[in-house]
Structures are given as C-alpha cells and as structure tokens.
Design a protein around this ligand. Structure first.
Ligand code: ATP
Ligand code: MG
Length: 373
C-alpha cells in the first residue's frame, strides 16, 4: 500500500486556524432510562487537533461521539462548535463527517456514488463533484476505483472510501468510531500512519474512538481516557503514559507493575523493609498505598544487599527481555524489561538473584483503596 500523498487542491481545507477552540463540551450528561452513560463531561478540543477517546468497552466513548454528532442527543449539558451552540441541532444541521467501525458504505452504489453522495445531496455542480471525487480518491490512494462496488474492495480499501466520503463535504470536524478495529493487524498499522498523515495535511479537527491504547498513543495529539461514563484523564500521549493520574489510567495504558507499599514522609515509601525515594505523593497520612512502576523502568543490578529479587522466568521478546521476578523481602511479583546487554551485566539466569533499582522519578503512588476496573 502506498502512502496517501496526492497533491491537494488549494480549496481543500485551506484555512485552518490552530489556536481557536473547535469544540467546547460542558457538563454533558447522557441517560438511558435510569442508567447514566455519561456523567457531566467537560472537554475542549482545539482547531486541527487529533483527539482519541480511549477506554474499555461500555465506558461511553461511542455515546459521547454520537452526542457530538447529534445522533444521540445529550440529556443535559452544552456543545459549542466554533462558537455556535449546536446542542439541540439535528445531525444534518451540524458540521461533521463520520466513519463507523463496520464499513457503512452503500453496497448498491459504486465507490464514486458513495463518495459523491453528500455532494449530490447538496446539489453541487456535476463537474465540481467529479473533480472533488477524483481528488479524494487520489488522497486515499484509490485513484481509478470509481466504478468498483464496495463488495469488490478489501476492508482497508472500504475504510479509505468511507474516509473519503466523510471528507467529501469538507466538514470542519471528523468523527471516527473505531474505524480500524475490523481490519487485520498489518493493514491497521499501515492505515493508522496514513490516516494520521492525511489528518495532518488537511488540518481537520478529528476525534477518534478506540479501545486500543497503542492506536491512541501513536495517533493522538491528546488522549481522553474514559471509564464508567467519566473522563479520568486528558493529556498528551506522553503525559498519560508517564503521569497517569489514577490506578485505572496506569493499568489501562501500557504495562504496569503494582506493589503494596507504605508511604513514608512526603516523598518516600517502604517496600517490605526497604526504604525508597519517590516524587512527592501527598499520601503522608495513609497507612498503605499502591506503588506503580513500568517494567522498562525497573533496573537490575548485581548488588543484592538492598532491594533484591529472585529470577523466576526470562522471556525473549526480540528487542528486549521480559524478566519475571519475585521480590525477596516483600514477597511480591515484579516484571522488568531489560536489554540483552543489561541482562548480561547481571549474569541473568532463572533462579538467580539480582538487585533491583527503582528510580524515584519512575515511581508513582496511588491510594490503596482505589480499585482498578
Ligand atoms: N441506546 C442505548 N440504550 C441503553 N443503553 C445504552 C444505549 N447505548 C449505549 N448504552 C449503554 O451506555 C454505555 C456506554 O455505551 P457506549 O456504546 O458508549 O460504550 P463504548 O465505550 O463505545 O463501548 P465499546 O468499546 O464496546 O464500543 C453502555 O453501558 C451501553 O450499554
Ligand atoms: Mg463504542
């Protein structure tokens, strides 16, 4: 598959101001009977931003996207798009293009017919429609496929047609609900890069729903992590990965070790009988806490006089080794991802003992009562 590199006509998404707020959602709540699917959501999205809604199944991602589109109006709260209150507008009066998870192309229309659909509805000039469809097809690398029917296209090709169709009327907002999840892994990764590059070139404000953390981390400018109808954290991929605000976010994004620990002072903790330094944690008065540290931040050392562990298993994962450890003193499991060179320097072997170093900056403490779901 080539990259989507066709030249842009001057008209297509020529004017984008990055500094303005595109969408402002305030206190948005959505109820289905007695069930509250979204609870007082506050969210601002800037012009040209690529935002991912990330969270487990049933957390409310699609409901929020559909509320923004007007397809499932909110029970209360406001949606302001480019300064206009669109809260009560029907979908056809809102400015967005949408792509769903399953290829929702019209099966009885050709690729051309599918992409031209919205433009024909607007009664645009035939020549203009032809020029726009040709341009969009080139943009999604499907030039020459005008006369094919959806059934004759692969899943990835169908999603690219769906993307072209969503962009045809030049909406200022692109809404994508798990557009890649029905595709096989290789096509998905390919299309991920292509969609991101296209979004960058067009500068169209985009919201993509996904439950795939890798997809969110690689594509988003900012990630909105959701759980049980609330926003747990909004941040850049790096912020969400490096500074997860809750045990839930820490569990959901990337791999994480969790250990039972005891806070000591404002920036220290005890793990078994070992005292460790960490960043200020605000849990000074708590008798217990959950220590979170990423496997790649666990360093192995030859010195076993401090924090030490027994090696229980070593898994070769190509670029690194995943080491299953058991902490000697506090009797807890721990994973470490180490390079082959680091493994050699501590003479890593199953049943051997190694020293463990947990860098203060890589440790986060969460309240012990918080239960990750
Ligand atoms: N029309 C509806 N009637 C009743 N409950 C609904 C309706 N639509 C969604 N829900 C409920 O609202 C909650 C959020 O649903 P939503 O589809 O937004 O989840 P999601 O985060 O998109 O999940 P997934 O990753 O599985 O697509 C779920 O508990 C769901 O059962
Ligand atoms: Mg969904």
């Amino acid at each position: 598959m080539q990259s989507m590199t066709a030249a842009l006509s001057p008209g297509l998404y020529a004017e984008v101001k990055k500094s303005d707020t595109h969408l402002a959602i305030t206190q948005l709540t959505k109820r289905f009977g007695d069930f509250t699917a979204l609870k007082q959501i506050d969210l601002e999205i800037q012009e040209g931003e690529f935002v991912c809604f990330l969270g487990p199944s049933g957390c409310g991602k699609t409901t929020l996207l559909r509320a923004i589109a007007g397809l499932a109006p909110q029970s209360s709260g406001k949606i302001i798009q480019r300064g206009c209150d669109v809260s009560t507008l029907p979908p056809q009066e809102r400015d967005f293009g949408i792509v769903f998870q399953s290829y929702a192309l019209f099966p009885n229309l050709t690729v051309y017919g599918n992409i031209a659909y919205g433009l024909r509805n607007r009664r645009e000039d035939r020549h203009c429609i032809r020029a726009r469809v040709t341009e969009l097809l080139a943009l999604v690398d499907l030039a020459g496929s005008e006369s094919k029917y959806p059934a004759a296209l692969s899943g990835g090709q169908q999603q690219r047609v769906a993307l072209a169709r969503a962009l045809a009327t030049e909406p200022s907002l692109l809404l994508l609900d798990e557009p890649l999840s029905a595709l096989d892994a290789r096509v998905r990764v390919n299309l991920r890069g292509q969609m991101k590059a296209l979004q960058r070139r067009l500068g169209v404000t985009t919201i993509m729903v996904t439950h795939d953390q890798e997809e969110a981390l690689t594509m988003a400018d900012r990630i909105v992590v959701m759980n049980h109808g609330v926003i747990e954290q909004i941040g850049t991929p790096e912020e969400v990965y490096r500074q997860p605000v809750s045990e839930f976010v820490a569990t959901f994004v990337g791999s994480m070790n969790f250990l039972d620990a005891v806070p000591e002072g404002s920036s220290g903790l005890r793990l078994g009988s070992q005292c460790l330094k960490c960043l200020p944690h605000g849990l000074d008065d708590s008798p217990r806490a959950r220590l979170a540290v990423r496997p790649e931040d666990v360093a192995l050392t030859p010195c076993t006089t401090g924090l030490s562990a027994t090696v229980q298993g070593i898994e070769f994962l190509g670029a690194f080794l995943r080491v299953r450890l058991h902490l000697d003193d506090s009797d807890q499991p721990l994973l470490a991802d180490v390079s082959a060179r680091d493994a050699e320097s501590v003479a890593l072997a199953v049943n051997g003992r190694v020293g463990i170093s947990l860098p203060a900056a890589a440790i986060r403490l969460y309240p012990a009562s918080e239960v990750a779901s």
